[in-house]
Design a protein around this ligand. Structure first.
Ligand SMILES: Nc1ncnc2c1ncn2[C@@H]1O[C@H](COP(=O)(O)OP(=O)(O)OP(=O)(O)O)[C@@H](O)[C@H]1O
Length: 308
């Protein structure tokens, strides 16, 4: 999926919901969209699935304009996916299959397996009306995955799910990624969810991309990251200080631990460990401590932070 200067201004809106966004998601990558309410995340997903046309700029999915043939390889879990409440779970899935040109005979066993995975196996004959909010949310996942897509767009897929429901979503998506290498674009207000499931995060605010990086990069940017290193003997002090200096880091001794600090610490730390190992220094433990993704998010979306 590629966006170039993608812009969406809803009729009558004073400001764009999506404002000149440019980015590309390579095949197989899992990207999280993180941003406050009204940042433009859902609008971006709507543009990607072709239900809302851009005002300006361009978006392509697998090299083609959204909608049309690009739709075949795309599945979406919207924030609220309407079902026909007075039809059964199975009938809703049959309708969804027909709508997407899938023969029910061919997807029936997959539907049954998915219902089982989402703990809805016994509910196929029940009216959707009788399902709880969380169960309907899980049914949305089943519906979206009747056919394995190349690109899966998830708009807060675990909103309203209990802990186990969230785990099921994560596990299933992890399996699909391993087996089919699908590409994911995923919005969530649960930072742990994005940190766990996405290797890249776009922080979005006022329709613009504020930052684009791995969860670790965003955390590092938000504050001081330190590493606490314990070695077998206090005699190692000089060696630790030298190896840290060679890797471009500072080392301070506090009681019986060495505290390493410096820019780009996560990337430089392995060189310190390798150098100490070469010098036969026994490392007892290394612990990296730093900002959480939540700290990073709050720091980045504070009003005074200038946008890039
Ligand atoms: N159909 C619409 N017509 C007019 N304005 C809209 C429409 N949909 C969204 N907006 C506006 O566009 C902006 C972005 O909304 P969007 O739903 O994309 O945000 P979001 O980041 O997904 O928010 P949330 O986290 O609350 O789901 C908001 O100001 C919203 O009010």
């Amino acid at each position: 999926m590629t966006a170039i200067a993608l812009t969406k201004i809803y009729p009558g809106a004073p400001t764009p919901a999506v404002d000149h966004m440019t980015f590309s998601v390579p095949a197989g990558q899992s990207v999280g969209l993180l941003g406050p309410n009204g940042a433009g995340k859902t609008t971006l997903l709507k543009l990607a699935c072709g239900v809302s046309p851009p005002t300006a700029g361009q978006i392509t999915v697998h090299g083609a304009a959204p909608g049309g043939t690009a739709k075949r390889d795309l599945a979406v879990v919207h924030q609220s996916g309407p079902f026909d409440m007075m039809l059964t779970v199975q009938d809703n899935l049959r309708i969804a299959a027909a709508f997407r040109g899938l023969s029910w005979r061919r997807v029936r066993s997959r539907a049954a397996a998915l219902l089982d995975q989402f703990d809805l196996a016994g509910r196929a004959g029940d009216l959707v009306f009788t399902l709880s909010g969380g169960q309907r949310r899980r049914l949305q996942m089943v519906r979206a995955l009747l056919r394995v897509p190349r690109l899966l767009l998830l708009d807060e897929p675990s909103a309203g799910l209990d802990v186990e429901g969230r785990r099921r979503v994560w596990d299933l998506i992890g399996d699909l990624r391993r087996t089919h290498g699908l590409t994911l674009v995923w919005t969530s207000h649960h930072m742990d969810e994005l940190e766990r499931n996405c290797e890249r995060i776009l922080v979005v605010q006022h329709g613009r991309i504020l930052r684009d990086g791995s969860p670790d990069q965003l955390k590092d940017e938000a504050g001081q990251v330190t590493a606490e290193l314990r070695t077998g003997s206090p005699q190692d002090w000089a060696m630790v200080a030298e190896c840290a200096r060679l890797a471009g880091l500072a080392a301070d001794r506090r009681a019986d631990v060495f505290v390493l600090t410096g820019d780009d610490l996560r990337r430089r730390l392995p060189a310190v460990i390798a150098a100490l190992t070469d010098r036969q220094v026994a490392i007892e433990s290394v612990a990296v401590a730093g900002s959480s993704l939540e700290d990073a998010f709050l720091a980045l979306t504070r009003p005074e932070v200038p946008t890039r």
